[in-house]
Design a protein around this ligand. Structure first.
Ligand code: GRF
Length: 206
């Protein structure tokens, strides 16, 4: 399966995906890495790995792609033969056009245990709230923010001495494990989705 990755920044999750593909644990091909930010370090990571990249200007609004830009993203992804779109730190809300072009085929990783702390700086929201545990979630993307059916989650304990940076760093470590794994489950057809419920097929229960 060919995947496309959309990112705006550092791309450490992209790197985890690249590494998993390289070491043979993730049976997909990264067909295209797309960004709304020409300076995203994730683009450099992709270039270094020999993956096709594109920067497509997002349009005038800060939080969404303009309709014209969204069309260009869809065209680029389709031309690259992408079958699954993976958002990896893409800082814009995905709207109808991309979702209609890839129905049930857009994934996102979010740095909290959803439905707690959707939106921006979720690790800081968790710290400010005083929870004992937070973590990360891979979910399917729907037409609203951070709400789609949940595929995988990983829990990260909050330590008394944590500051936002230390907590985020431990959340990232877990993201880099569960995102490649969720993509693998999707690519291997091991996810059965019914409404909000996602069943992982052939899962051995302990
Ligand atoms: C991650 O924390 C992810 O959960 C969120 O954006 C961040 C991207 O980090 N959606 P990176 O660019 O992959 O390092």
């Amino acid at each position: 399966m060919k995947i496309g990755v959309l990112l705006s920044g550092s791309g450490s999750n992209l790197q985890a995906i690249i590494d998993a593909v390289k070491n043979g644990s993730l049976p997909v091909e990264i067909g295209l890495v797309l960004s709304d930010n020409p300076d995203a370090f994730g683009l450099r990571r992709a270039e270094k790995a020999g993956i096709k990249t594109r920067y497509i200007p997002p349009g005038p609004k800060r939080t969404v792609l303009s309709p014209g830009a969204e069309e260009k993203y869809v065209t680029a992804l389709k031309e690259a033969g992408v079958e699954l779109v993976c958002l990896a730190g893409f800082m814009r809300v995905i709207k109808d056009k991309i979702l209609a072009a890839f129905p049930g085929r857009v994934l996102n990783i979010h740095p909290s245990i959803l439905p707690s702390f959707p939106g921006l700086k979720a690790w800081k929201q968790a710290l400010d709230y005083g929870v004992r545990f937070t973590g990360c979630t891979v979910h399917l993307v729907e037409n609203s923010v951070d709400t789609g059916p949940i595929i995988l989650q990983a829990v990260v304990p909050v330590r008394p001495e944590d500051i936002p940076e230390t907590l985020l760093s431990r959340i990232h470590q877990q993201e880099h494990i569960i995102y490649p794994l969720a993509i693998k489950l999707f690519a291997e057809g091991k996810l059965e989705i019914s409404g909000r419920q996602v069943r992982i097929l052939n899962q051995v229960s302990s």
